[in-house]
Design a protein around this ligand. Structure first.
Ligand SMILES: N[C@@H](CCC(=O)N[C@@H](CS)C(=O)NCC(=O)O)C(=O)O
Length: 207
């Protein structure tokens, strides 16, 4: 039995829950987050993840933190040949998008999310939001090119590479910002929205 620690409106928790939902894995989700890191974390939780952040996955005596590591673990352990491409070359085509999500895509618009969703209206930095619009447009345009002629980011079927990207795309489409037209991304996003596990675990209210 898997135990997943995290709150449902956390982007990083959503990645893990989406995979759990896709694969129909038996699990318990323990509600935790928002306050743990800021408070320094409770000792029992810090013992699981010294960062004090969610998600944390416990599978038997194994503890995994960092959301993309959780996604990789679940894919490799429970869906080899599916979400987890077996061939190293094919796997690199999914892997690179997971790293790109953390290093390029999320930083491009995450400050806008914090301004528009987590900051009181009177204190918002709208110049920062405008800068994020441009950065996110550039990042999603790059993804748009990669999705040209492909149903999913690594080819014809959903792989773990789509998971972090899809969770980010939901946020980007929800934010009250200006967005460039990216038709391949829109088509891919529609395919994700047709998946029950995506709807159940990613398409939830932002705040
Ligand atoms: N790089 C980490 C980031 C984890 C992270 O920052 N998680 C946030 C939620 S998305 C968190 O734990 N925030 C504090 C909290 O919710 O108490 C990952 O991908 O897992």
């Amino acid at each position: 039995m898997l135990t997943l620690y995290g709150r449902p409106n956390s982007l990083n928790v959503q990645k893990a829950m989406w995979v759990i939902g896709e694969l129909g894995l038996a699990h318990t989700r323990v509600e935790i987050g928002r306050g743990h890191r800021e408070d320094g974390g409770e000792p029992w939780f810090r013992a699981l993840n010294p960062n004090g952040t969610v998600p944390v996955l416990v599978d038997g005596d194994r503890v995994i933190w960092e959301s993309n590591a959780v996604v990789r673990y679940l894919a490799a352990q429970y869906d080899p040949g599916g979400l987890w491409p077996e061939h190293p070359g094919a796997r690199s085509e999914t892997d690179r998008w997971m790293d790109w999500q953390q290093t390029v895509l999320l930083p491009s618009f995450n400050p806008a999310f914090w301004q528009l969703v987590r900051t009181p209206e009177a204190e918002r930095d709208l110049d920062l939001v405008r800068r994020c619009e441009h950065a996110a447009d550039r990042a999603f345009s790059l993804l748009d090119q990669a999705l040209d002629g492909r149903a999913f980011v690594a080819g014809a079927r959903l792989t773990m590479g789509d998971i972090p990207l899809g969770a980010c795309a939901y946020r980007w489409y929800q934010l009250a910002i200006r967005r460039t037209q990216v038709h391949n991304v829109a088509d891919w996003y529609a395919r994700l929205c047709a998946r029950p596990a995506f709807r159940d675990h990613v398409m939830v209210p932002l705040s």
